[in-house]
Design a protein around this ligand. Structure first.
Ligand code: ZN
Length: 337
């Protein structure tokens, strides 16, 4: 090695930045707790934490290109109080106060509040937003009721939004074939009366609960095609979904049903650099050692105390992404494989 030749200076200006936030679960109700009563939930204050995030993004030196909202934007309790539309209006007003376009992911709480058809026609369908970067706005998947799309904010970088409730009891009509297939699958693994209660068995089987779901073969094939094209174009791809798919990045009770099939596809494409999810409010992170892909599960706003925060800003460089976390979200450097 020639030590007279200094290393190139580290790239200091990012190519672009974007915001990330998960599980806002806003509702205009008193604070409560999670299912196991082990965590407090701050239903009203979640709006203030979104406001904090918006303030940071709209005043930062580099305006983020977009924000990824990783699902569960309002809480299922809104449905019980017939306040779904009002709660969504409140949160969307907050989002639209900022300068940044939002890409929305759908989680279980979206389906507690709205039907799949309603969601497709709503502001939470960001695949139809006026955006030159959405490449297949008329994509065939949506004709079959699957909410998945991809976009490229700058050349050589692509983001894929997945529908983790494509195979699920949530968001599917009880009379549909999809519903009966999902019920059959769930009951093969979970014999509880209350299917939101995980099966007795330890470990990964606990993912077979009603509040989770999975990816149909149609969606997996579509993803495979999108990633093949990305490989050919030497792009860096970040895939997002509400449900985590790597067992080491989450509590198994939050894992997608057929996480293994999704992992197999992600790991067969060199273009994939990162996978981001929400749903597990405690967050998680794992780097797959063979593929080098980063699996990030973002801490949820809803279980974040009012004196803290839960959002991040990601700066993207040629060789890495740098997550600047706020509040209980840690800073991370995500080197590309
Ligand atoms: Zn969720």
């Amino acid at each position: 090695m020639d030590d007279s030749c200094p290393p190139p200076p580290a790239q200091t200006t990012p190519l672009f930045t974007f915001g990330v936030i998960a599980d806002i679960q806003y509702a205009d109700i008193e604070d409560g707790s999670n299912y196991k009563h082990s965590r407090k939930r701050y239903y009203r204050n979640s709006l203030q934490l979104l406001r904090n995030a918006q303030h940071t993004w709209s005043t930062s030196a580099i305006t983020p290109r977009f924000t990824l909202q990783l699902g569960d934007i309002i809480d299922g309790f809104n449905k019980r109080h017939e306040a779904s539309d009002e709660a969504l209006d409140t949160v969307m007003r907050e989002f639209s106060s900022g300068p940044v376009q939002v890409h929305h992911v759908w989680g279980n709480h979206e389906f507690y509040n709205f039907s799949r058809d309603t969601l497709f026609r709503s502001r939470l369908n960001s695949s139809t937003a006026h955006c030159e970067c959405v490449t297949d706005r008329q994509g065939g998947l949506q004709a079959d009721g699957i909410y998945a799309y991809h976009f490229s904010p700058v050349p050589k970088f692509r983001f894929v939004v997945l529908d983790a409730y494509d195979v699920s009891l949530l968001g599917r009509e009880e009379s549909s074939v999809q519903y009966s297939n999902a019920l059959k699958l769930l009951k093969q693994h979970n014999d509880n009366e209350d299917l939101n209660h995980p099966p007795e068995s330890e470990g990964l089987e606990r993912r077979f609960v009603k509040f989770n779901g999975g990816f149909s073969k149609e969606q997996l094939d579509w993803l495979d095609t999108v990633l093949t094209l990305a490989d050919e174009r030497s792009e860096r791809v970040t895939v997002v979904s509400h449900l985590p798919v790597h067992p080491s990045s989450t509590d198994p009770i939050c894992l997608a049903w057929n996480y293994d099939e999704l992992l197999e596809i992600l790991h067969s494409h060199g273009s994939v650099v990162c996978f981001m999810a929400g749903h597990d409010h405690d967050g998680g992170y794992h780097r797959d050692k063979d593929s080098g892909v980063h699996y990030l599960t973002l801490e949820g706003v809803i279980e974040t105390p009012p004196d803290s925060d839960a959002f991040g800003t990601v700066s993207v460089y040629d060789d890495r992404m740098v997550l600047k976390g706020n509040g209980r979200i840690a800073d991370r450097e995500l080197l590309f494989p």
